[in-house]
Design a protein around this ligand. Structure first.
Ligand code: ADP
Ligand code: MG
Length: 332
């Protein structure tokens, strides 16, 4: 039987890429740089208008959640000087989700790490900041400084919010919800490595590649078979600098004020909610594999870990088939 493989998006995706068999439905696809990453939405079936609607949704959510858009809800909160700030129900809901994951992860996930992210500025720095500056930046960090009352958000202790560890997942969920409401049965939403697949592809699960850490972009180490699920990867290999043989990456351990030193090079979380998977992937990277188990379980989520030696391991709800060229991971 002739097998047709079409590689989607492989060249542009930071963390994952997707392949699948020949489409029967008409394909609509758009790629755009948004949220400081590459966003690609691909529909099998639907219409150009639905695709435009999906991209439009990403744009409007970015305007709400981005800390660098001056008129966003997050900018308004961050410049409020501690006054209660009215925000959209989406923003309030997302902050509440962030706070929930902060609490459940024992503070490994924390939406107030912004002063530390700015201090480390790993995409522009060549050396770590001094310990006194880290200590100083840590003073305002702590999710207990954030309170949400209905649609009003209040910050204490000069704290500031950054939803970078969770917003893309939330937006991916919203796009999936919109596509379903428009009757789309098969689609792939990829917001810079936050992947949601809708349905299957020609009766088979989609195949999502998990990037080999520190290899060329698009080089998979593992593959995941997915249908109607999300897979979100956080890794230390995309945004980092190296100093004295050590990697300083963009995920901060709020306990130390420094980039996480767990042995995890990448973690891919698989579950139903991309928002949860996004928050969990960031948290698990900080916690390391062992300490992540309970947190993942509490959300019914599964995960694939790759450690800094390049070895992978999976949680109990996943199976691995090693008969192909690359190990193929699936839900049990
Ligand atoms: P990416 O956005 O690169 O896909 P993540 O979802 O893991 O990766 O989120 C990393 C982003 O989250 C950082 O760029 C920063 O904005 C924020 N962040 C960093 N450390 C933490 C943390 N411990 N808790 C919550 N957010 C964090
Ligand atoms: Mg995340």
């Amino acid at each position: 039987m002739k097998k047709v493989i079409c590689l989607l998006l492989a060249a542009v995706l930071p963390a994952v890429f997707i392949s699948s068999c020949k489409a029967k439905q008409k394909k609509y696809s758009a790629t755009k740089i948004m949220m400081t990453t590459v966003v690609t939405v691909t529909l099998y079936g639907g219409s150009e208008e639905i695709l435009e609607g999906a991209i439009g949704l990403c744009e409007s959510y970015e305007k709400l959640f981005s800390r660098t858009v001056p008129s966003s809800d997050i900018s308004n909160i961050n410049k409020s000087g501690g006054a209660a700030t009215a925000v959209s129900p989406d923003t309030a809901g997302l902050i509440n989700k962030g706070l929930e994951i902060s609490l459940k992860s024992g503070g490994a996930f924390d939406i107030t790490v912004l002063p530390l992210s700015l201090l480390w500025d790993v995409q522009h720095s060549a050396a770590p900041p001094d310990d006194a500056s880290v200590k100083d930046a840590l003073k305002t960090v702590g999710f207990e400084n954030v309170s949400v009352n209905g649609n009003e958000v209040t910050l204490k202790n000069d704290a500031s919010i950054d939803l970078g560890g969770i917003a893309k997942g939330y937006i991916a969920d919203k796009v999936a919800e919109y596509l379903r409401s428009e009757g789309v049965k098969s689609a792939v939403i990829n917001l810079g490595g936050n992947v949601v697949v809708l349905g299957e592809k020609s009766g088979k699960p989609y195949t999502v590649g998990i990037q080999k850490p520190f290899a060329g972009q698009g080089e998979a180490m593992l593959t995941l078979a997915l249908s109607d699920k999300t897979a979100v990867t956080s890794g230390i290999y995309e945004r980092y600098f190296e100093y004295d043989g050590k990697i300083y990456h963009h995920i901060i351990d709020p306990a130390t004020g420094k980039p996480s030193e767990s042995d995890v090079a990448s973690v891919t979380v698989i579950c139903d909610s991309s928002c949860i998977a996004d928050g969990l992937s960031t948290a698990c990277l900080v916690l390391g594999m062992e300490k992540s188990a309970e947190l993942l379980k509490s959300y019914g989520a599964e995960a694939v870990f790759i450690n800094r030696n390049g070895e992978y391991s999976v949680t109990d709800g996943l199976t691995v088939d090693t008969t192909g060229t690359l190990p193929m991971i699936a839900l049990k």
